[in-house]
Ligand binder design. Sequence first.
Ligand SMILES: [Zn+2]
Length: 314
Amino acid sequence: MKKVELHLHLDGSIRPSTISEILNINLEEAKKLSTIETKCASLKEYLTKFDIPLKIMQTKENLERVAFELAQDLQKDDVIYAEIRFAPNKHLKSGLTLDEVVTAILKGLSQVPIKTNLILCMMRGDSYEQNLKVIKLAKKYLNHGVVAIDLAGSEASYPVNLYQELFEIAQKENIPFTIHAGEADEPLSVINAINLGAKRIGHGVRAIESEKALKLIKEKNITLEVCPKSNLDTNMYEKLSNHPIKKLYDMGLLVTINTDNRTVSNTNLTKSYQDLQEVFSFTKQDFLKMNENALQSAFLNQAEIEELLALLHK
Ligand SMILES: [Zn+2]
């Protein structure tokens, strides 16, 4: 079936074959460096799988290639719309400018006939000035390939409220945003992210532990960008049957299904849907509803949403 993906990191979705080719190492080694084989101890350990991809994604040529290949992979996965995210500041090690990074990625994506947009990630742990640059960059390219910003990185070490001022600036500049919350940190993180103005929450699944968080999500029509396989890989849940996605969905919350990182988690949406169907008996109608949720909260204008909804139902 046709699918929509809202939560997808470019650097976590680089093909192992591309790593192998660029670094001149064998494919098995490339897979080992970029993919989780067994569960990680924590989100922190999971994040080490981005070291090699980030080492490679420092030239225009490589950025364009990785973006192009991801768009091809999305097409094969029957994705009709995706919002792809990455942290621009992480691609400046070889002297590229922020503009060159965004332009190279957009160029790669534009070569595949599938609708995509970018979300620029501010990073937990980066300085105020570095993150402010991301906001300015998003403003510059807003609705020209970039549709929003995000806050990613180690949630437990850097609470969302440290970034309040930056999100106030984003709001003033009319830049939409989503925030990673309720993944590695407790439900209060979700509540704080919503109170900062996020309309979408990256993960958000730990809201299940708090009545107050669930109530707020329902009241404010917040969309949850749920990434089940990623949550297993970071050892949040031991097995898929322990994951709260079905409970959240049955509560009527706006649940969407995402991969987070296709390479790191060795998955795609087709596989994720199959796993979810086996464990929770989700029906085709349920998956359709979750894709409608995704489109209705996509960072797009109403006309674009209507067009994609028609395509989804075709
Ligand atoms: Zn993520």
